[in-house]
Design a protein around this ligand. Structure first.
Ligand code: BES
Ligand code: MN
Ligand code: ZN
Length: 496
């Protein structure tokens, strides 16, 4: 399944001498930087004239194409707005690069060059990363099964940097991060007729082995034998058997980090069936596993000096004569019994086994990612993940890495009184709370029962994992959300 390879490289060639089909130049509001003024001089002051005439405001992601510019070697110039330089961030630069490249890739082009902006608020390394990964995001569309492609990845993306800058390591990271983002998006965009637990597991095994990661895939018999009654129970309504993918990357250093991702390849709701509107995007319900997997591949390719355990329970949630019923009780890996009162609260149930397994392996820290609740979108909208934790120190570290990567999350409270809603009359707990209020938190509280007090963060990514509509910087469909954050967190973990 591997994604279309796009070569990402850098050059210190003078921007006027760069040969490319397109040269993308970011412009901040206000006066041109000295470097851009020098470049504009070669253009005969074209950019300054356009700015003075008011034809380009440099608003966020604003685009202006200039064909056959004189005085430079690139065939076309694309100005992209970067807004105010004092408000620039890794996120704003990433979005600008993505918007520009999205616009260009409606036709086949070979070489796209981007001039990496220098701005006081963002380190140059972060600018290179943002522009490199953003350009990779913009070069890849969601049309995974179109017979006539409508988007064309360029063969080569070149980051133009000032002479004397050594950006080799950062460009390498951007290329690997770009691949990971594309991998996660492609997995999420794959139709559920092609991507189901067995095929997802097979792809994981193939790609991970190629990256030097140890892989174990547990099939339905092994899951049964290993006491993973929660995963087995949720999967039993489907003709597609469950899988558990366990990845180990041993890069060295103290402790082990664990990433756990929800991998429901299609969530019909089961017997608690969703409506058509609620179900139509539910191939996205494996976005947590896709992000955890893609980041793991990137971390191994970057050879980061950490130990990482990645656990992904893979199931399809379907109604049938075999399906788990309301009132059924499942027994999880850690011995806890779970009364199923809503088969649509399936993600937390399969994660129970996966988290219990990770905790058993004596990892030092856990992060799980899951498209767990619709309620998190009521609380935080579509762009921000809900973060829940049993350890404020670890939560702070994870939040810091998410912010640093230009992504967003917001911590929700985990007070004890939310646990009331999960008490069952017949079992140790129930999967669906008696009350709708605080639905994301009760989801987090359910999961907390399975981490055995190991420092843990739960990211409810139901909003950001999937874009219903396209926007300037983002295509519709799988977004690859939190791949960047998980790679950033691994860097933070390595440096601790
Ligand atoms: N996969 C859904 C959550 C979801 C909803 C993700 C919308 C992305 C977009 C999850 O399995 C689910 O159905 N959750 C229920 C939980 C409830 C039954 C306690 C929900 O949110 O309604
Ligand atoms: Mn569900
Ligand atoms: Zn689900």
């Amino acid at each position: 399944m591997s994604a279309v390879p796009v070569r990402l490289s850098s050059t210190t060639t003078d921007p006027s001498q760069v040969e490319a089909d397109w040269l993308v130049v970011g412009i901040f509001e206000g006066s041109l930087t000295p470097a851009l003024s020098a470049f504009d001089a070669k253009l005969g002051g074209a950019i300054a004239k356009i700015r003075e005439a008011g034809d380009f405001q440099a608003k966020p992601n604003e685009l202006l194409a200039i064909h056959s510019p004189t005085g430079i070697k690139a065939k076309r110039l694309l100005l992209v707005g970067l807004a105010k330089s004092e408000e620039a961030s890794r996120a704003s630069l990433h979005d600008a690069a993505s918007s520009a490249v999205r616009r260009i890739t409606g036709r086949k082009v070979t070489r796209v060059a981007l001039l990496v902006p220098e701005t006081p608020r963002v380190t140059f390394e972060q600018s290179v990363l943002a522009f490199g990964v953003g350009a990779r995001q913009g070069s890849h569309g969601p049309g995974v099964r179109k017979t006539e492609p409508s988007r064309f990845s360029p063969d080569e993306i070149i980051l133009v940097v000032p002479a004397g800058r050594n950006v080799e390591a950062t460009v390498n990271r951007a290329a690997i991060e770009g691949d990971a983002l594309t991998l996660a998006r492609t997995l999420v965009n794959s139709p559920p007729c092609d991507l189901y637990p067995e095929t997802f597991a097979a792809q994981i095994a193939e790609i991970a082995r190629g990256s030097g990661i140890d892989v174990e895939i547990w099939d339905e018999r092994r899951l049964e034998a290993e006491g993973m009654g929660a995963i087995v129970g949720i999967a039993q309504g489907s003709t597609r058997p469950a899988r558990l993918a366990i990845l180990r990357y041993n890069g060295g250093g103290s402790g082990t980090l664990a990433y756990v991702g929800k991998g429901v390849t299609f969530d019909s709701g089961g017997l608690s069936l969703k409506t058509n509107d609620q179900m139509l995007d539910m191939k996205c319900d494996m976005a947590g596993a896709a992000a955890a997997f893609a980041a793991t591949v990137a971390i191994a390719r970057l050879k980061l000096p950490i130990n990482l355990l990645t656990v992904m329970p893979l199931v399809e949630n379907m109604p049938s004569g075999y399906a788990v019923k309301l009132g059924d009780v499942l027994k999880s890996r850690n011995g806890k019994t779970i009364e199923i009162l809503n088969t649509d609260a399936e993600g937390r149930v399969i994660l129970a086994d996966a988290l219990a397994y990770a905790a058993e392996q004596k990892v030092s820290h856990i992060v799980d990612l899951a498209t767990l609740t619709g309620a998190v979108m009521i609380a935080l909208g579509t762009e921000i993940a809900g973060l829940m934790s049993n350890d404020d120190g670890w939560a702070g570290k994870v939040l810091g890495a998410i912010r640093q990567s230009g992504e967003r999350a917001w911590q929700l409270p985990m007070d004890r009184d939310f646990e009331e809603a999960l008490k069952s009359n017949v079992a140790d707990c129930k999967n669906a709370p008696g009350v709708r209020y605080g639905g994301s938190i009760t989801g987090g509280k359910f999961l907390e029962q399975f981490v055995n007090k190991i420092p843990w963060v739960h990211l409810d990514i139901a909003g950001p994992a999937w874009a219903e509509k396209e926007s300037a910087a983002k295509d519709a469909g799988g977004t690859g959300a939190y791949v960047r954050s998980l790679i950033e967190l691994a860097h933070v973990y390595a440096a601790r």
